[in-house]
Design a protein around this ligand. Structure first.
Ligand code: AKG
Ligand code: FE2
Length: 495
């Protein structure tokens, strides 16, 4: 399932049993209210500045004489911190401010950005023009930074309160640099349509030169986008914000999982279509046969450093290209039949659970992932384009503020995978306008039969063969492996 299909890409992380952060040194309290200067002021030695309210991890309470979470939260003290935060999630902004005035311990909980983010996102103000104030709380209360109280709480020890901020500050370079040569995604300067079709449609690769010719590559800086399209609204997860508001947010936030702009209508909303072209190497895209009825296919993707896409496969077993206009992206990928460590897939592959933010996944699973056979990694820089083959797992994180364009397509070699997906995983099919298309598989088969009957027959023959051989494999073994019609996710190379 594609990142953009997740409603909970940034769902709350569940595991707080992580070892206490070792790299943290607690500097003496400093008045550093501005989030941007805070994130910029990470020292060259990679040390992390303290939580804005000086809240510390639970483990540090062992050497402290008291913990405000026990002495200053009244009856809340008997509840686990997660539950306290969950209960506070039922309050509106005014109640949260008032309750926060009752004691220092409760103030610490009521200041959590995890509470203020949904409050603002779900408020009517979020769907109008607004002024981003550097944090979700200040934005919701329309409170410029100097007017907000800052009561330091060095004696409040809570992983639940500390962790999201900590995750927003850790350096990602220990994970994204020093890629072992055997894991490196292949890089070419360019590739021909022939070579792609014959040899590389099942292989991830990065092309280093082609998009440098795009007019958009020469012109689309962040400033340019704001000047040209600042008042146009773009989709960023569940919000639809003016671009200038999103960019203000992007430039000054400390979210563990920054809101990611992922807009499928950018061509209709702007004149950006003249700034890029579909790469020739991608060859014929068989979903073009569907015309107006084809599923969503292209997205403009914009986000700050640390924003990105948690592990997913692209929709409907399509392949994709992803071109970076500015910034750079770290990719980590796994073959179709190798779910990445920390990612859980239901038997029929329709549900993917990855209950971690990108930063937490790095901290908890990257080491194991790097050693997993099949794992490949790479950095796609400005002007470069990356190929995601049908069915491959991928996680992507922006190492810098980045703009990318992506498009999904169906190359000839992936017709069996796509037909198999539409036919056998109908519940997971996505991106079609269901008011216009009730039977995506039937429609695609019909269009293929009209225009490319031979390709259709060949693809169906491969699909049937692959299904038969899966069946034979199953009846030969003791059947304990669990059967799944995952042709979209089949790595058997049909090239
Ligand atoms: O640029 C990214 O964040 C990756 C996007 C992606 O994987 C997708 O569009 O499916
Ligand atoms: Fe993707």
């Amino acid at each position: 399932m594609a990142a953009r299909e997740y409603s909970d890409r940034h769902g709350s992380p569940v595991d707080d049993g992580a070892p206490p952060p070792k790299r943290l040194r607690f500097a003496s309290p400093v008045d550093d209210r501005d989030a941007a200067s805070r994130s910029r002021s990470k020292g060259a030695d990679g040390e992390i500045l303290p939580h804005p309210l000086h809240i510390r991890p639970s483990g540090n309470a062992l050497t402290a004489s008291y913990n405000l979470r026990d002495t200053s939260t009244g009856l809340f003290a008997i509840l686990p911190d997660e539950l306290v935060l969950q209960l506070l999630g039922y309050l509106d902004a005014q109640s949260l401010v008032q309750l926060g005035n009752t004691s220092k311990g409760i103030y610490g909980f009521c200041r959590s950005e995890e509470l203020w983010r949904p409050l603002f996102i779900e408020s009517p103000e979020s769907s109008q023009a607004f002024k981003w104030q550097g944090t979700w709380r200040r934005t919701h209360l329309q409170l410029p930074s100097p007017q907000e109280s800052q009561i330091p709480l060095p004696n409040l020890f809570s992983d639940v309160l500390f962790r999201p901020y900590h995750m927003s500050q850790i350096s990602l370079s220990p994970y994204t640099r020093n890629i072992p040569p055997k894991n490196q995604i292949q890089t070419f300067t360019d590739i021909s349509a022939d070579s792609f079709e014959t040899h590389y449609s099942s292989t991830p690769f990065i092309l280093t030169s082609p998009i440098k010719q795009w007019p958009g590559f020469q012109t689309w800086s962040l400033d340019h986008l704001v000047t040209e399209y600042g008042d146009i609204k773009f989709q960023a997860e569940s919000v639809n914000w003016r671009l200038r508001d999103y960019v203000a947010y992007m430039n000054n936030q400390s979210d563990e999982s920054p809101l990611y702009l992922f807009d499928k209508s950018f061509v209709e909303k702007t004149d950006m279509e003249s700034g890029f072209s579909v790469p020739e190497w991608a060859g014929k895209d068989y979903f073009e046969l569907l015309g107006e009825q084809r599923p969503d296919r292209r997205w403009m993707i914009l986000g700050p450093e640390r924003s990105g896409s948690t592990f997913h496969k692209d929709p409907n077993a399509t392949s994709a290209w992803n071109a970076v206009i500015f910034g750079e992206k770290y990719w980590i990928m796994f073959p179709p039949n190798t779910p990445p460590p920390g990612v859980f897939v239901s038997d029929d592959q329709s549900e993917v659970t990855s209950p971690l933010s990108i930063a937490e996944w790095f901290v908890s699973f990257h080491k194991a992932a790097r050693k997993t056979p099949g794992c490949i990694e790479g950095i796609c820089r400005a002007g470069e384009i990356l190929h995601v083959p049908s069915g491959w797992w991928h996680l992507v994180v922006n190492l810098d503020a980045s703009l990318a364009l992506t498009q999904n397509f169906v190359p000839k070699k992936k017709l069996p995978a796509v037909l198999g997906f539409l036919r056998d995983q109908a519940c997971s099919v996505s991106g079609f306008d269901t008011a216009k298309v009730q039977d995506p598989y039937g429609l695609f088969v019909e269009r293929m039969r009209e225009t490319y009957p031979e390709e259709l027959d060949a693809a169906m023959a491969i699909l049937d063969k692959s299904k038969r051989s899966k069946w034979e494999e199953l009846v030969k073994s003791d059947g304990g492996g669990g059967f799944s019609f995952g042709f979209g996710g089949d790595d058997s190379d049909d090239d």
